[in-house]
Design a protein around this ligand. Structure first.
Ligand SMILES: [Zn+2]
Length: 380
């Protein structure tokens, strides 16, 4: 369609007017160049990489110690039948084959079960391999508000003991209590709840050790964001914004439990979730003689501080036991042996932190791997 000359002229005048009214474009301030230790940071393709996709490949070439088997027969004090995908006798056979290959003599299995399911798992593990497995039972947490709850919990414990339970656990309280799920605050059963007193005393009487998981890694109580310490793989464990006690309050519950039941042997797993602060953990060990530890799933804590961790393990060589809690792949076990036995450096880790081997001396490694478990735990 032809455009009339008058219309065109009017449009041009309008545009010119608009341009006149616009204030002169302010000179945008040039951003200060970011300089880190003398290097000017510049934009590039790395800026759009997502944190969860960051998997750097190391170019470091350093000596690697050949490791095919543990130096001593190992007792793994922390495994789970469900996490290790054990359902059938064939699954058990496959696990025993791997244990033979890597040098694990016995695995302590947390069945997470009571009643018939516990009995089924006792038969599954112990009918053919009574020397290779010890099974632990769970804690009854049904109807905790009923007046007969303490008595019922003890009765089921004794029943499991008679069926072959060698201990109790793993009992986890990450803040929502021991029952599982997320009950409201006034419905939670915490470790220091007086309703559990008869249960802990019965454990002492039967000499059943109790594996407890108190709180969680302290980074779970720090916000998810650029300063979060662990990888996004662990973000679903985060507690910020959830209606749970603080990390410190949960550790205080642990301390009240330990003080109130000095005859009961407690194994606080994952270095009691204080592997980030071994001096604080040492204080707890000094204060409570009934507190023991397992190092399960804290490869990244000891691997990032190999010298301090080795000192700690030497000083508390009678209080710490080896555990995995990381499935049952052969490579997983070999990774642990490398970490504990060798001085190998910059080992690939699970949470971004490369590990450094602790090269533990024989008189530290052997109690950790087996002697403490043999003397402290109950064997059925
Ligand atoms: Zn566990």
């Amino acid at each position: 369609m032809p455009c009339s000359p008058r219309l065109l002229a009017a449009a041009l005048i309008l545009v010119a007017a608009c341009q006149r009214e616009k204030p002169p474009a302010a000179e945008a301030p040039k951003p200060e160049p970011v300089v880190k230790y003398g290097v000017r940071v510049q934009a590039g393709p790395m800026d759009s990489i997502l944190l969860k996709d960051y998997k750097p490949e190391s170019s470091l070439v350093v000596p690697r110690t050949p490791i095919t088997k543990a130096r001593f027969g190992v007792i793994d004090v922390h495994t789970h039948s469900d996490m290790n995908r054990i359902k059938t006798p064939e699954d058990v056979d496959a696990w025993v084959r791997t244990m033979d290959e890597v040098g694990v003599e016995t695995s302590i299995v947390f069945t997470g079960a009571l009643s018939e399911e516990f009995d089924r798992q006792v038969a599954l593990f112990r009918s053919r391999y009574p020397k290779r497995f010890q099974v632990y039972c769970d804690l009854l947490t049904e109807n905790i508000d009923a007046p007969d709850y303490p008595e019922r919990a003890v009765r089921e414990l004794v029943r499991c003991y008679e069926k072959g339970a060698a201990g109790v656990g793993e009992l986890s309280d990450k803040g929502f209590g021991l029952q599982g799920g997320q009950p409201p605050r006034d419905k939670r059963l915490h470790l220091d709840d007086p309703r559990l007193d008869p249960f802990w005393e019965k454990c002492a009487e039967l000499r059943l050790p109790v594996n407890i998981h108190v709180a969680d890694h302290p980074s779970c109580w720090r916000p998810l964001g650029p300063a979060q310490e662990r990888t996004p793989d662990f973000q679903h464990f985060n507690m910020v914004g959830k209606d749970v006690p603080s990390y410190e309050e949960l550790l205080a519950m642990r301390d009240r439990l330990l003080a109130k039941h000095p005859r009961t042997l407690f194994i606080a797993c994952h270095l009691s979730n204080q592997g980030n602060d071994l001096a604080a953990l040492a204080q707890a060990l000094d204060r409570f003689p009934n507190l023991y530890l397992d190092i399960s799933a804290r490869d990244y804590e000891i691997g990032r501080q190999p010298r301090y961790a080795a000192q700690f393990l030497a000083r508390y060589r009678n209080r710490v036991m080896f555990g995995t809690d990381m499935g049952r792949d052969k490579e997983m076990y070999l990774g642990w042996w490398r970490l504990l036995e060798t001085p190998d450096e910059y080992l690939p880790g699970r949470v971004w932190w490369p590990y450094y081997g602790l090269a533990l001396a024989e008189d530290v490694l052997k109690p950790l791997y087996r002697d403490n478990a043999l003397t402290l735990l109950t064997w059925r």
